[in-house]
Design a protein around this ligand. Sequence first.
Ligand SMILES: Nc1ncnc2c1ncn2[C@@H]1O[C@H](COP(=O)(O)OP(=O)(O)O)[C@@H](O)[C@H]1O
Ligand SMILES: C[C@@](O)(CCOP(=O)(O)O)CC(=O)O
Ligand SMILES: [Mg+2]
Length: 388
Amino acid sequence: MEIRARAPGKIILAGEHAVVHGSAAVAAAIDLYTQSSHHLPPSGEGGAGEVEVDLTDSGLAFSWPCSRLLEALGVTSRKAELQAPRPCSPEELAAIARLVELHEIPEAKIWLSAGLSAFLYLYTSILGCRPGKVVVSSGLPMGAGLGSSAAFSVSLSGALLTAAGVVSAEGAVGGTEWQLLGKDHLELVNTWAFQGEKIIHGKPSGIDNAVSTFGSMIKFKKGELTNLKSGNPVKMLITDTRVGRNTKALVAGVSERASRHPDAMASVFHAVNTISEELSSIVELAATDEIAMTSKEEKLAELMEMNQGLLQCMGVSHASIETVLRSTLKYNLVSKLTGAGGGGCVLTLIPTLLSKLVLEKVTTELESHGFRCFKVEVGGQGLQIHQG
Ligand SMILES: Nc1ncnc2c1ncn2[C@@H]1O[C@H](COP(=O)(O)OP(=O)(O)O)[C@@H](O)[C@H]1O
Ligand SMILES: C[C@@](O)(CCOP(=O)(O)O)CC(=O)O
Ligand SMILES: [Mg+2]
């Protein structure tokens, strides 16, 4: 029996980093997914066998004998904890890191070790040291600000909790083979995925796993989520600068700056909070004619521009991001980084009245710098399950 779960990536329209320090942020799911499938071993294998994970995007697969996992971690899945995950303790994380180190990961792919640790934690906590195989594949660029770490944790948690019989799919997603979970089950998946994000990010706000689990467009503040009903479709061009970076290090860098300049950074975070609040009410306005639409888009663009300035204050912009900003500004288009910054992806707001020709020109110019441009659908479904 195979259980598949797919979870979307996200864009952050306003509020990244500041959201870690309690400000509001606005994010939306995008139609690029990470898929995890869990395969049960043939019945009767009992406690023997292996736990295997195939990370198809990196072309690497890893396995651990169940006896080795049991010896290192003990029986970690306990029924009561399935409903209320306990955070991974430093001792457990160290034991997991030693299990990851048993495999020689090529230096060029060492960033995978955080994802592997999250996998081992989620697998053994949810299914214990039982044999099984998980295959992960993703349409998201990794480490580029589109929330691949959260989509990884959400899809894994969804597949493993379904395999454990703790959550189950109910309604079908119209015209597809995918099914949705009810609200309580989604809440539980989200709580588990947050533990995975903690292993990968260190100190996540929880916004990425929340939007990947629940989908749609959301405002998120201090763990509280508000669904936003976008009055008109929001069109964004995404530019991947292809400059690799690591969210954990960038989040830690902002916290260090905040401890060096607590008052100045508190003002920056406060300003971001105001921008996110304003942006969230503007996206909900339904503009019914061209004049109203243009005015709405101008306001959104201005708020994005202000947010980008504050992200520069936090020290998370990058020369490649600045190149995108300059290139798009030539065409009167506003951009901001999305996610942790330091490279990765940049959003450009595409006004409804923008001609195809201008869009082509700006895309060609961005691609001439070696960047990759693509358009995404914003605000779609969150976690989806397929059993069969
Ligand atoms: N499909 C995947 N397979 C293996 N690891 C993954 C996958 N997706 C994400 N990860 C883990 O998440 C990390 C990237 O997370 P992060 O730095 O937060 O960037 P982002 O979430 O913006 O893509 C990777 O280095 C890896 O450890
Ligand atoms: C910088 C931050 O706000 C978003 C990080 O997103 P990503 O991992 O770069 O996709 C961190 C967080 O909210 O947990
Ligand atoms: Mg991430």
